[in-house]
Ligand binder design. Structure first.
Ligand code: BG6
Length: 477
């Protein structure tokens, strides 16, 4: 037994991290455009009035806006069956509440979709990926405001109508559950609390944040319903940032602590999106944390009517947690944890845990029994080009070991339908804003300050992944 014959091999990117051209052809400013460059040691700065002394890396990205033909040709050369990308909301509705959409923005994605079609690559579209028009923050104070639900649904209706014959697979929100953490206040919640300066340390009002998340979940369900009316063949997926958690010790207190965190952080949003209502433990969590979410009867009904079709998630690493104090900690996507003595770390201190992926696939399939799509996974690493060649055995190792575990999960009986490694072409990192933290099979010659030729080079991993796809995951050498 191996991967199904129509397994969707491909790669993933997001508009804000790669397009650049941040004010071109009528695009409005988005929340991500105002995040400065940072580093592993120095947090990214955020403010609503941009300070000229910083460089804002998303404004240039990797200039996918002008290189999309070349980039898609390279994806096709690798043999991609699917390409996950996001639409920049601020390209379509520059201020979110504009009466009419921006035709030039719509045209750009027409062009991208046309190019994908030329090579027979299936699009997988994220509707909102860490990005929304900045006006939502300034005028509406973000997602806690119910009016934003209508603005989002209008945006969805526009793109569903325009691309109804070109797109089947949609993800309403990237890593929707990140709003469980203050880190996502601005980029996912559109919440900016006066005095916040660092991306990693934003001022937080949990009640406001959870109401933002509640409205996001309602908006997602409403969009699914609208989409299905436009084209019943549309397929919608969750997109969960799955931080696989292990108890650091077998002390039953640790086991239960991790179980509760897993439910709230990993399962709550997908339970709502796939089962149509908040689970029992969510109400308990809200009560314990003095959170009151505004959810009326009509919205409860909307949640039931807008259930997704498949489960998609990002998986980069696992973390350990404990009720006791451990000195050694590690970093990770969105959050870190207590150090796991059995795992090695990446250059950015994220644990590497391929077996954790098999465990996670089994866990989520057992819970939901719907098709599963891994929409992000990969290694952020330093690459050193020599004469336009990049030897990246570390990246090949990382992905190879994860694919081996995916295969075992398929043999376990998991219905896995696709795999889109993150940043298939180098792009700007979210957590640090750096370019030098690279995930791609394709190298882009641009540095942390936006200097470079923007030329694309194929890494060793490019040729390796090409073989993997050609052999449907059999040839991993
Ligand atoms: C995910 C995001 O959280 O992790 C991506 O969906 C992001 O947008 C990816 O780039 C990797 O994180 P980072 O911080 O290395 O860019």
């Amino acid at each position: 037994m191996g991967f199904c014959k129509d397994f969707l091999w491909g790669g993933a990117t997001a508009a804000n991290q790669c397009e650049g051209a941040y004010l071109e052809d009528g695009k409005g400013l988005s929340v991500s455009d105002v995040m400065s460059v940072g580093s592993h040691q120095e947090p990214r700065k955020i403010s609503l009035d941009m300070d000229d002394s910083y460089y804002f890396p998303y404004q240039k990205g990797i200039d996918f806006y002008h290189h999309y033909k070349e980039d898609i040709a390279l994806f096709a050369e690798m043999g991609f069956k699917v390409y996950r990308f996001s639409i920049a909301w601020a390209r379509i509705y520059p201020n979110a509440d504009d009466e009419k959409p921006n035709e030039a923005g719509l045209q750009f994605y027409d062009n991208v979709l046309k190019e994908l079609k030329k090579y027979g690559i299936e699009p997988l579209v994220t509707i909102s990926h860490n990005e929304m028009p900045l006006n939502i923050v300034k005028k509406y104070h973000g997602w806690p405001n119910k009016k934003v639900i209508d603005l989002y649904v209008k945006y969805c209706e526009t793109i569903f109508t325009r691309y109804q014959n070109d797109v089947t697979y949609w993800l309403p929100f990237n890593e929707v559950n990140n709003l469980m953490l203050p880190l996502s206040n601005l980029i996912q919640g559109g919440i900016y609390i006066e005095g916040s300066t660092d991306f990693n340390n934003q001022k937080d009002d949990p009640n406001l944040r959870m109401n933002a998340l509640n409205n996001v979940l309602i908006a997602s369900a409403k969009a699914v319903k609208v989409g299905r009316k436009i084209n019943p063949k549309f397929r919608f997926g969750t997109m969960i940032c799955h931080i696989t958690r292990y108890p650091r010790t077998c002390n039953p207190d640790d086991v239960f602590y991790v179980h509760q965190n897993d439910l709230v952080h990993n399962c709550m949003c997908s339970d709502v999106m796939l089962r149509g209502e908040y689970p029992y433990y969510a109400w308990n969590y809200f009560e314990r944390n003095h959170i009151q979410i505004a959810l009326n009867e009509e919205e409860r009904q909307a949640l039931k009517e807008g259930i997704c079709d498949f489960y998609s998630f990002s998986y980069y690493q696992s973390i350990c947690e404990s009720t006791q104090n451990f000195d050694e900690t590690t970093s990770g996507n969105i959050m870190g944890g207590v150090k796991n003595p059995y795992l090695k770390l990446t250059d950015w201190d994220w644990p590497i845990d391929p077996v954790g992926l098999r465990y996670t696939l089994n866990k989520v399939y057992d819970r939901y029994h719907v098709p599963i799509f891994i929409t992000e996974n990969g290694l952020g690493a330093l690459d050193t080009p020599v004469n336009k060649e990049i030897h990246d055995p570390y990246r090949i190792d990382y992905i190879r070991e994860h694919i081996k575990e995916m295969k075992k999960a398929v043999e376990d009986g998991v219905n896995l339908i696709g795999y889109t490694p993150w940043g298939c072409i180098d792009l700007v990192s979210v957590s640090t804003g750096e370019m030098k933290k690279r995930y791609g099979f394709i190298y882009v010659d641009v540095d942390d300050e936006g200097n470079g030729t923007f030329e694309r080079y194929k890494k060793d991993s490019f040729y390796w992944y090409q073989k993997v796809i050609a052999s449907n995951g059999e040839d991993l050498d």
